[in-house]
Structures are given as C-alpha cells and as structure tokens.
Design a protein. Structure first.
Length: 210
C-alpha cells in the first residue's frame, strides 16, 4: 500500500491484476454501496448539467467538477463505508481484505472505460478529480451537507485543483495530494480505513511524477 503514485497506477495501490475486476463484480461485492453510488452518479450528472449549462460534460471544467462532486458524495454517504471485508475462510481462519469502497467504485468505473477505449489522458484526468473529491469527503465527514460539498468542489475548481483537457493536454493542478496508505481504526464491530494523503510534485503536463 506504500508504492509511489504514477500515471497508470494512480495512487500506487492497484493490484497488477486489477483489470480482471469490473463494475458488475463490485456491484455484487458491495450491493448497497453500488446502488447508492449509481444514485449519486445520477445526482452528480443532473447537478452538473444545471450548474454548467451548455457544457458537453466531456474533458472540460464541468466534467472535472462532476467527478469531484460524485466522489465527494460517495465519501460523505453513510451508505458507502470502507473497511475490512470478509474474503474467505480456511484452515488458518477467516481472511479479510481492506477496501476503500468509494475509491474502488470510481476506479472500476474508469477501468471499464479503459476497456472500452478510453484514452489514458482521460483516465488520468478522471482519477485525479475523483481523488480530490474523496479528499473533500474525508475533510467534511460522513453526512456532510450537499451545500458544503458543492461549495468545496467549487473552491477546488476555482483554486485550480481540478484538472481538465485543454488543447489536447492536461492542465496542471495547483496542488496534488494522493492517498498513499491507510490507517486502520478499530471499532467494536468493524474496522474503518482512514486514508492518509501525501502531497506530490508534478511535471509540466499536470501528472504526478513517478
């Protein structure tokens, strides 16, 4: 979980075989979270269309804002929780795996896009803006108001922390903070994951340096 971030493994957290997973598999693994994520995605689309009339919502500022808003909504939702989930049982007891569910859902969505021919530059844009949204959700906390989330995403866009494609290149964000590891917080009946963010340097096209 401590690998450095880079353009194809955005946070350094992906399994090398991650492409075998899909949005459908995540829906089976986290049915309640997946249904809520779809509901929030629809809300994000509608809200973005209302706030950015005339936008094509593809690779522009509105698209960047939508990804930020959707991810922040997922992180703030009380129906989408991250933690240690049961995987299997065997001779030596049960096996659990840590899942950052909002991150995993967003990643699965982008990987599905890649399988359909999405260019790498679009994947990089979307994953960055998803990450900004996750950080906003972490800062505001579970149950954050829609008003606070919208204002935070507006500020991220105004401050230059969301990126989009302009003249065929990614714009450069003012700052980049990515999840580099997680801390476990043990509760009575569950284990919660707390993302730890690290500021990373960027190169001249707005991608984190390897």
């Amino acid at each position: 979980m401590n690998s450095p971030p880079n353009i194809t493994d955005w946070n350094g957290l992906e399994s090398p075989s991650y492409d075998i997973f899909s949005e459908k598999l995540h829906a089976l693994r986290f049915p309640v979270a997946a249904l809520e994520a779809k509901k929030l995605a629809d809300k994000a689309l509608q809200t973005t269309q209302e706030r950015f009339p005339g936008s094509k919502l593809h690779n522009d500022k509105a698209d960047a804002w939508r990804h930020c808003y959707w991810s922040a909504l997922m992180r703030a939702s009380k129906k989408i929780r991250s933690g240690s989930y049961f995987v299997s049982s065997g001779e030596f007891g049960a096996t659990y795996t840590d899942y950052d569910v909002p991150y995993e859902i967003g990643l699965a969505h982008e990987k599905a896009g890649n399988s359909s021919g999405q260019p790498e530059i679009e994947y990089a844009m979307d994953m960055h803006n998803n990450n900004v949204g996750l950080q906003i959700g972490d800062k505001l906390g579970k149950g954050a108001s829609d008003k606070d989330i919208i204002e935070a995403c507006d500020k991220a866009l105004q401050d230059g922390n969301l990126i989009f494609i302009e003249d065929g290149k990614l714009t450069k964000a003012a700052t980049y903070q990515v999840i580099t590891r997680y801390e476990r917080v043990t509760h009575l009946f569950s284990i919660e994951l707390k993302p730890v963010y690290t500021t990373v340097e960027t190169n001249d096209v707005g991608k984190p340096k390897k």
